[in-house]
Design a protein around this ligand. Structure first.
Ligand code: URP
Ligand code: ZN
Ligand code: ZN
Length: 473
């Protein structure tokens, strides 16, 4: 008689600390055994020659996020979570955005309506605070943190979301007092608007000028200022989507002073460069994101930071705007000036394959570090560990059986998002998810999708240990 619901047999298991041969037993959606020669399962998955990894946790992606400029995100929780699952990600954390004048509670309620009954995989919410009123600071945000929304993003740029330094300090004070993780988009808004006006006045409207409007110095300055504000408020922060050397240097400097400054980067800063924005015609818009991709030397600095430990997490920053679409990149036609092109690029499905291929296969990071960056640390960063992000007894059986040798040329027709392009078109990778399980249910198996819509559950998050100030940790 079968002892387990499912046994994944003969695989090589990898966690953030170890790589070892073992079978893995699942019952009731949880991992219940890890060992040699486990008894039979009702379902048996043969993982010989394959890696058995914790399902990816994408700690930064945007699904069905309302915008204020007439653009529309092409992926909702249905298509976004489907694409994530195909790519080996079993938990996503998109953003409930507050518009100015809106209550944060209403923003969260609206986002639940958008997610309810649609997701194939489990999900939590970050908050985006754009209007830190007294009511929000004193009541709404602390109450939401208590309810399991334990991380929020602060923007230092974008007209409809940016906060001034005093507002940022007020929010960091809440993060410190109530134990939340503050994520910071670090670019200097005034520098960008000054450079943008200058470029437009000179007639430079093409996509390539997006990069010229947000050079590294813009990010470096804001990164340093964010670090200084974290020092004043005495609280850990996470700098999101770090793009290159000068920001890495600031973070490394702060970490060297003993500060808890965490950093996230994304595949776009590992494999794209500013040159991709120079593609003919309007094509460069496909790679418009902020901060912009830099150059090869900056890519190398990102890899150094991934290998050395400056970075804790790799997220996709999946921001799904269609290309040939008046609600997407071409919001003002195929000559949309760069400053009107919606920022962000898709990548929720390609995050693990790019990090694995460019990182592990090319010898830049170890397999354990891959697991740590893509699953374990995001779960820890946002209060989902050890339920998510690891292979351990009692953890949710969110698992990827990964074929480390399969060669794939990435092309958009292969992907399952609702975007009409991928910025990684033609990129050859080695390694691809083969079978993906969420709470023990097979979602994807060798090219077949078997998940049911709406099976994904909302995850209230614990207060993350990583958000504890140094003295309290
Ligand atoms: O360009 C980007 N990164 N767009 C998505 C929104 C954000 O700032 O993360
Ligand atoms: Zn951002
Ligand atoms: Zn983002």
């Amino acid at each position: 008689m079968a002892q387990f619901d499912t046994v994944i047999r003969n695989g090589t298991l990898a966690t953030a600390s170890d790589v070892f041969a073992a079978d893995l037993g699942i019952t009731g959606g949880k991992i219940v055994a890890i060992g040699a020669s486990l008894a039979a399962g009702k379902t048996e998955i043969d993982a010989r020659g394959k890696l058995v990894l914790p399902g990816g946790v994408d700690g930064h992606c945007h699904f069905d996020q309302p915008t204020s400029d007439g653009t529309v995100m092409a992926d909702d929780f249905y298509t976004g979570s489907r694409s994530a699952a195909w790519g080996g990600t079993t938990t996503v954390i998109p953003f409930a955005i507050q518009f100015k004048g809106q209550s944060l509670r209403d923003a969260v309620a609206d986002y639940h309506r958008r997610a309810n009954g649609k997701s194939f995989i489990d999900y939590a919410f970050h908050l985006i605070v754009s209007d830190p009123t007294e009511q929000l600071i004193g009541q709404d945000l602390p109450a939401l943190i208590r309810d399991g929304y334990t991380s929020f993003k602060i923007y230092m740029t974008y007209d409809d979301m940016k906060l001034n330094d005093r507002q940022v300090l007020d929010l960091l004070t809440v993060a410190r007092r109530d134990g939340a993780m503050a994520m910071i988009h670090a670019e200097n808004a005034d520098f960008i608007s000054w450079l943008t006006d200058k470029l437009l006045a000179e007639g430079h409207t093409e996509p390539r000028y997006h990069a010229a409007s947000r050079p590294m110095a813009v990010e470096r300055e804001a990164t340093h200022r964010a670090i200084t504000m974290a020092e004043l408020a005495d609280v850990p922060i996470l700098i999101v989507h770090v793009s290159g050397r000068e920001a890495v240097e600031q973070i490394h400097w702060a970490q060297g002073r003993g500060m808890k400054i965490y950093a996230e980067t994304c595949p776009q800063y590992m494999v794209l460069t500013e040159h991709d924005l120079h593609a003919p015609g309007f094509e460069g818009a496909k790679c418009i994101c902020s901060p912009p991709p830099r150059d090869k030397a900056n890519q190398a600095a990102i890899w150094d930071g991934l290998a050395s430990g400056v970075f804790q997490i790799v997220s996709s920053d999946h921001a799904p705007f269609r290309y040939a679409d008046p609600k997407g990149k071409m919001v003002r036609g195929d000559k949309t000036p760069f400053n009107w092109v919606p920022n962000g690029i898709p990548g929720v499905e390609t995050r693990l394959p790019i990090l694995f291929s460019e990182g592990v296969k090319k010898g830049r990071i170890s397999l354990q570090r891959f697991v740590e960056l893509s699953a374990t640390n995001p779960a820890k960063m946002y209060g989902l560990y050890p339920r998510k992000g690891t292979l351990a007894i009692g953890a949710d059986a969110d698992i990827v059986v990964y074929d480390p040798e399969r060669k794939v040329k990435i092309t958009n027709s292969l992907l399952h998002h609702n975007v009409d392009y991928t910025p990684y078109e033609g990129l050859e990778v080695t390694g691809w998810p083969e079978t993906v399980l969420s709470r023990g249910e097979v979602l994807v198996d060798r090219g077949h999708f078997m998940a049911s819509e709406g099976r994904g559950q909302f995850l209230p998050c614990d207060l993350p240990d990583m958000a504890k100030p140094k003295a309290a940790a």
